[in-house]
Design a protein around this ligand. Structure first.
Ligand code: ADP
Length: 455
């Protein structure tokens, strides 16, 4: 069921309940009032008749005639007067006699002074009347036809008003909920038309700070992020293809030239050397891409464990030196650590080592002296690692782009590479909730500062 229909039904139901409660209160207070008022009217009528009979000495026959003639046009009250010994003093119509008085009943009136009850729909009262020191019991009864008719008409009116109100409320509810949900319907239509091919489309939002324009703005912001991510994915893929195509084309050309005609052994060796170098480049690239993919996993899918940073740096250093024996890497401790925990972080050994290897390699390969140094200092809850070199430095205009995949900057001619090392290192460090920043002076050297949280 649509929210719109649900809201309308809920709104109608709540209003119906309130209206119903309201109608009940009105109807039942009318019922009570009618009953009370009619008992009072009966009492008055009884007293009037007793006065006519006793005080005004109107004779019984006249009173009975009045009663009989009134009965035909209105609901005349039937009155009877008894003394203490159940002797009938006066009766409007003995032959009709609605209330069959009994000695017990008269006795109760004398005892309690009054009584009132229903006989079918007829209301009956019993009361005491004092005349010249003698007490009499009077009973009076009548049917409140007028009152009942009024009640019935009130009931019909309430019922009709209730039904009409509910219909109006339902229609109004549907109309207003449609109006209220119109922007959402428009948003749904627009969102439906947005796909990977037209990610530039945006939901329309107005300047008002209502919830819907907030939703539209949030959705648009999400689309901005998606669009950027899609664009960078596209660039990433085209960069990868480009990076792969160059060494592959070189390998193919080299091998084609070699088999085109007979060559001497030296030439074959050179061709194989070149093909091997290009294949290594490709292998490095695919390894870096694989690591990049791993570092992009959800952190919950990567295994983390406590690792000593100094040991990991030593491993990374060894790996770099093994591959490039001319490189020189120094590890310095800036201050002492008090316990194991200060030098231990919770991390993924393989990924962190990859990041450190990249930073060491960059420091060495972009320096004439092929030297890189890492300084370790222990701070409260974190470890600071400063990877520094006295190399060629990074020009200011390149500094903000060096963490972008495949960006190689002005230094690219100085040394080989694929532009993945730094973005990969950044990704890995951020995966460990750490941070990396760079400061560099051209021809003086570069410092990469990494902060990692300790356990
Ligand atoms: P690669 O080293 O494969 O070119 P990176 O992502 O590791 O790719 O580095 C990106 C760019 O940043 C490099 O091409 C280089 O221009 C610059 N760079 C990184 N580290 C250093 C460094 N220590 N000294 C000078 N330039 C550096």
């Amino acid at each position: 069921m649509k929210i719109r229909t649900r809201l309308t039904l809920l709104f109608t139901l709540i209003t119906a309940t309130i209206l119903l409660a309201f109608a009940f209160v009105i109807y039942f207070s009318a019922v009570e009032n009618r009953e009370k008022e009619f008992y009072i009217a009966l009492k008055k009528e009884a007293v009037t008749k007793a006065n006519l009979f006793f005080d005004a000495k109107v004779d019984a026959k006249t009173l009975q005639d009045i009663y009989r003639s009134n009965r035909k046009i209105l609901n005349e009250v039937e009155v009877a007067i008894y003394d203490k010994n159940f002797n009938l003093f006066y009766h409007d119509a003995v032959d009709i006699d609605r209330v069959k008085e009994t000695p017990e009943m008269i006795e109760e009136i004398f005892k309690n002074g009054k009584m009132q009850f229903y006989q079918d729909d007829w209301q009956v009262i019993g009361m005491l009347f004092d005349y010249e020191g003698n007490e009499y019991a009077i009973t009076a009864t009548a049917l409140d036809e007028y009152g009942y008719n009024k009640l019935e008409s009130l009931y019909r009116t309430i019922f009709l008003v209730f039904i009409i109100s509910i219909i109006i409320i339902y229609i109004a509810g549907r109309f207003f909920s449609k109006k209220a949900f119109q922007p959402i319907t428009a948003m749904t239509e627009k969102a439906r038309s947005i796909s990977a091919t037209n990610l530039d489309l945006r939901l329309s939002s107005n300047d008002s700070k209502d919830e819907l324009s907030e939703l539209a703005n949030t959705f648009n912001e999400m689309l901005d992020r998606l669009e950027t991510s899609f664009e960078s994915q596209k660039h990433f893929v085209s960069n990868i293809s480009h990076e792969m195509r160059t060494p592959l084309a070189a390998i193919i050309t080299e091998l084609e030239l070699s088999i085109n005609k007979e060559r001497n052994l030296e030439e074959y060796k050179t061709a194989i050397q070149n093909a091997l170098s290009d294949s290594r480049k490709l292998a490095r690239l695919s390894n870096s891409l694989l690591d990049m993919a791993k570092a992009s996993y959800d952190p919950s899918e990567i295994s983390f464990k406590p690792i000593r940073i100094d040991e990991l740096l030593l491993d990374a250093r060894q790996q770099v030196i093994q591959a490039n024996p001319t490189y020189q890497i120094d590890i310095n401790f800036e201050n002492n650590f008090d316990n194991e925990e200060e030098i231990t972080i919770n991390g993924n050994e393989y990924l962190l080592k990859t990041a450190f290897v990249n930073l060491f390699e960059n420091g060495c390969k972009f320096s004439e002296n092929k030297q890189s140094t890492v300084s370790i200092s222990f701070e409260k809850d974190s470890i600071k690692l400063k990877f520094s070199d006295k190399g060629i430095g990074i020009p200011q205009e390149d500094l903000e782009n060096i963490f972008t995949p495949f960006y190689r900057g002005n230094n690219k001619d100085f040394s080989e590479g694929n532009g993945i090392g730094l973005p990969l290192s950044k990704k890995i460090i951020e995966l460990h909730q750490g941070s990396i920043s760079v400061s560099s002076v051209v021809s003086k050297g570069t410092d990469f500062i990494v902060f990692l949280k300790t356990v």
